[in-house]
Design a protein around this ligand. Structure first.
Ligand code: SF4
Ligand code: SF4
Length: 217
C-alpha cells in the first residue's frame, strides 16, 4: 500500500485562500488504512472547512482514486457539485491526486492534503514499514525474501558494511542490519550458498522515471 501522512490542516486553509466552495475527494483504500482520507477523515475535513467559512459542495470516496475509471465515474456522478466548486481537495496519495488532475476536464485547482511517504506493509503492531522501492529488478530470490535495496540505508547489495554492530545498523541503532537478517534467514533454511553469488550494482536504468507499463487487457 501507499503510506501517507496528513499535512497540517492550516496548510490546507492556506491552499484554499480566496476559494469558498470546495468538493472533497477521499480514498477508500490506502488513505483509509492510513487514516488520512477515509470516511472518518473526510467527515473531519468537512467539519474543519465549514468551521473555517468554506462551503463543502459534496464529497466522493472512490475505492481507489489512483484508478482513472473510478475517478471518472465519481466525477460524472458529482458533475453538478464539482461545477459549482471553486476548488477540489484530495485526501489521497500523490497518485490519486494526479489521477484526479488528469481525469478532471475543468481547469479547477486541486489541493492535496497528504504527504506521500513510501510503499509499505503493515506489521502485527500496526506499524507501516517500507519494504520495497520498486527497483524494477527484484533480487528477493537471492536474499531470503528480505530486500537490501530498501532496508539497508546504503542500499548495499553484497553483504554488510563495516559499521554493523552486533547485528544492528550503524545508521540507525534501533534497526537490525538487513544483511544480518539475510544471513540468519539463509542459514536457517540451509541456503547460505546463495551468498556466494555476486550481485552486480543496481541497474538504475530500470528505475528511470517516469516509468510506465500498459494496462493488461
Ligand atoms: S529488490 Fe527490493 S526494491 Fe527491488 S523489487 Fe525486490 S523488494 Fe522491491
Ligand atoms: S549496518 Fe547493515 S543495514 Fe546498516 S548501512 Fe551497514 S550494511 Fe546497511
Amino acid at each position: 500500500m501507499i503510506v501517507t501522512k496528513a499535512k497540517d490542516e492550516n496548510k490546507i486553509l492556506e491552499y484554499l485562500e480566496g476559494e469558498d466552495k470546495v468538493f472533497i475527494f477521499g480514498c477508500g483504500e490506502c488513505a483509509t488504512t492510513c487514516k488520512t482520507g477515509g470516511e472518518e477523515e473526510v467527515a473531519g475535513m468537512k467539519k474543519f472547512l465549514k468551521a473555517n467559512g468554506r462551503v463543502v459542495t459534496g464529497f466522493a470516496i472512490p475505492d481507489a482514486p489512483c484508478i482513472g475509471i473510478q475517478v471518472r465515474k465519481a466525477l460524472r456522478k458529482n458533475e453538478k457539485a464539482i461545477k459549482e466548486s471553486d476548488a477540489l481537495v484530495i485526501m489521497a496519495c500523490g497518485l490519486g491526486a494526479q489521477c484526479l488532475k488528469e481525469s478532471l476536464k475543468e481547469a479547477k485547482p486541486i489541493h492535496v492534503t497528504n504527504d506521500t511517504l513510501f510503499m509499505g506493509e503493515i506489521d502485527k503492531s500496526g506499524n507501516f514499514l517500507e519494504r520495497c522501492s520498486a527497483c524494477g529488478e527484484c533480487i528477493l530470490e537471492l536474499t531470503g525474501g528480505i530486500c537490501p535495496v530498501t532496508r539497508c540505508p546504503k542500499g548495499l547489495m553484497n553483504g554488510p558494511c563495516g559499521g554493523v554492530d552486533k547485528g544492528k545498523c550503524e545508521v540507525d541503532k534501533e534497526l537490525d542490519c538487513v544483511w544480518a537478517l539475510i544471513y540468519n534467514d539463509l542459514k536457517e533454511r540451509g541456503n547460505l550458498h546463495l551468498l556466494e553469488a555476486y550481485n552486480p550494482p543496481k541497474d538504475h536504468s530500470k528505475m528511470l522515471k517516469p516509468r510506465s507499463r500498459h494496462y493488461p487487457k
